[in-house]
Design a protein around this ligand. Structure first.
Ligand code: AGP
Length: 607
């Protein structure tokens, strides 16, 4: 995914536009660029590197113009080169384009233009948009709106894009199909962005564009129209609830650490989601023949944790399917439902799974962090998790809240299914209400031990995370955290599975982390304990994550992290926290780019 920003004002836009793409850098960060338009000329400056680095070389903030667009890129088509960075221009320098998404018919278009003698400067799919616009400007005698609309009608695939043109002074043309785009309304300036962070520093009034719409934005106003009919669409103004303060790092060295430490507060806001909302989601499950849980990456592991929660608490099996595989696996029909989990609400795989389910008549729900995102607007029952902006590419606080929402919904479903009464539900809710305090306690008192463990074992190249029951998906999630931020090989596995093959890897080069269940979970505890013993018996190093008061495992591990005493219901949440901290501290020791690990993007909007 990439970040798009744009701005039209009555004074020079360069400084603010630069701040906009800097704020969007977490969406993609291999290269970036800006285009501004003044006196019938478009100035494009772009290069490889972070926004700050590109500014140092290209002096983006010195550019001059009243309308500008900007882009920060996460490469899909074509390598990380200056030529492939956006904006792209047509051969005559009349238009500059920034694009997010994939133009699926770009091969045909490119061939057509090349046959007509057009020289392409990049390997991207996006450059065809600029040439197509140039062709349409010729055809429609520089009528920008007609040229824009007819160019867009030729594009297949998905996009959000913004264009400035020498033929449309003081205007930005923008449009979207299956990729987010938002207009920000300011005083004497208007903005566009691929999400709120592009302009939240300047305004909190926004227009959320829908698929099949385009807009013309000037410094005094905007008009949104349907692409097919060109009829004007009246749009509602949305007040953005997040503010700049919530987006800032607040003194932490990295967003990842800030967001880990945000969790006591963000779980509190999750706990204040009205019960009626959760009951709506529970009803969706209750009324369906079969309800699937879907997510991908971290959100799939959270869905897999949900699978156990619904099973244990509500006595209901909800298969969790990774959304990238959903269309190839799920047998979904009109009586079924899918609940999708997504931080961004823009993940291609997850949106595709939801659309797949909808097309087959299934009902849909979602747990999602970003208001106004495509997922929120696609499903029947959206639950906004209220975790605030998550800037680090690695998901921590959003995942914690998603798991909490699944837990709370499982309680609602338990009541609905008559498994227990209101009184017992109240007991569950009281217990869950302690989560914020428990996370605070663990952060205040145990983070230091995880820091020490990270320093001690920073040379280890292979980590195996083991868990049983709900601790199994928690182990998978912890391993993913380790991989994505440290670049160290880590694998999560159900502890019972180990002896069926992987145990042959156990030697001094493989460290094992065992996620011990709560001591009251007697059977699970005994089984996990024996898995740890199997590893130790083969000379393997075992770092145990266990709970205070669990005397049964004293002396079992090579080393241990003791987590605060909690109720069994909250135990897996502390394991998630411990996994986040260990991965973070190790990444810092290894001098990794913590908030923007290589090759990753905050939300993956491509197949
Ligand atoms: C999280 O740490 C990962 N970077 C990634 O697995 C992420 O959870 C996944 O891409 C889903 O994103 P979403 O929550 O925005 O849908």
């Amino acid at each position: 995914m990439c970040g798009i920003a744009g701005m039209v004002a009555s004074s020079n836009v360069a400084q603010k536009l630069y701040r906009s793409i800097a704020a969007l850098e977490y969406r993609g960060y291999d290269s970036c660029g800006m285009a501004v338009q003044e006196n019938g000329h478009i100035d494009v400056r772009k290069n490889v590197g972070t926004v700050e680095k590109v500014n140092q070389g290209e002096r983006l903030t010195d550019m001059k113009g009243l309308a500008g667009i900007a882009h920060t890129r996460w490469a899909t088509h074509g390598g990380v080169t200056r030529e492939n960075a956006h904006p792209h221009m047509d051969s005559q320098g009349r238009v500059a384009v920034v694009h997010n998404g994939i133009i699926s018919n770009y091969h045909q278009l490119r061939e057509r233009f090349q046959n007509a003698g057009v020289v392409f400067l990049s390997e991207t799919d996006s450059e065809v948009i600029a040439h197509l616009l140039g062709e349409c400007l010729d055809k429609y005698e520089d009528d920008m709106e007609t040229a824009f609309v007819s160019a867009l009608r030729e594009l297949e695939g998905n996009f959000s894009l913004a264009v400035i043109s020498t033929k449309a002074s003081g205007q930005i043309y923008c449009a979207k199909r299956e990729s987010p785009l938002i207009i920000g309304l300011g005083d004497d300036a208007n903005y566009i962005g691929s999400d709120f962070n592009a302009f939240i520093e300047f305004t909190r009034q926004a227009i959320i564009m829908d698929d099949g719409e385009f807009a013309v934005v000037t410094h005094q106003g905007y008009v949104v129209k349907e692409l097919l009919s060109r009829n004007v669409v009246n749009k509602e103004v949305t007040e953005i609830e997040w503010d700049m303060e919530m987006s800032r790092r607040g003194g932490y060295p990295h967003y990842m650490l800030k967001e880990i430490y945000d969790q006591p507060a963000t779980t509190l806001s999750t706990l204040s989601i009205p019960r009626e909302k959760l009951a709506e989601l529970a009803r969706l499950i209750h009324e369906s023949r079969q309800c699937f849980l879907g997510g991908v990456g971290t959100t799939y592991y959270i869905a897999a944790m949900g699978q156990y929660l619904f099973s244990q608490i509500a006595g209901c099996y909800l298969p969790a399917i990774s959304t990238d595989e959903f269309p190839h696996l799920a047998q979904v029909g009109p009586e079924d439902a899918l609940i999708a989990i997504s931080q961004s609400g823009e993940t291609y795989d997850t949106l595709t799974a939801v659309r797949f389910a909808k097309e087959r008549g299934a009902r849909t729900g979602a747990i999602v962090n970003v208001m106004g995102s495509s997922l929120v607007r696609t499903v029947d029952v959206p639950i906004l998790q209220g975790s605030g902006p998550e800037i680090c590419v690695i998901s921590t606080k959003a995942a914690m809240s998603q798991a909490t929402i699944l837990l709370l919904t499982a309680v609602e479903l338990g009541v609905m299914r008559g498994r227990f009464g209101e009184e017992e539900a109240l007991g569950y809710r009281d217990e869950i209400g302690n989560l914020s305090d428990v996370l605070s306690e663990a952060l205040n008192e145990r983070a230091g031990f995880l820091h020490t463990a990270a320093s001690r074992h920073q040379k280890m190249k292979n980590w195996l995370y083991l868990g049983r029951g709900i601790y199994y998906p928690a182990a998978l999630e912890n391993a993913l955290k380790m991989k994505e931020v440290t670049y160290i090989h880590a694998e999560g596995m159900s502890a019972g599975f180990l002896k069926h093959g992987t145990i042959s890897l156990i030697d001094e080069n493989m460290y094992t982390i065992v996620l011990m269940p709560h001591p009251d979970e007697k059977e699970l505890h005994a089984l996990t304990r024996s898995s740890a013993e199997e590893v130790r018996a083969r000379g393997g190093f075992v770092l145990g994550f266990r709970f205070e008061g669990d005397e049964d495992v004293e002396g079992l591990f090579s080393e241990e992290i003791v987590l605060p005493r909690v109720s069994p219901l909250l135990a897996p949440f502390l394991h998630l926290l411990a996994g986040q901290l260990l991965a973070y501290f190790l990444a810092v020791q290894l001098k990794r780019d913590v908030d923007r690990p290589r090759s990753l993007a905050k939300s993956v909007t491509v197949a």
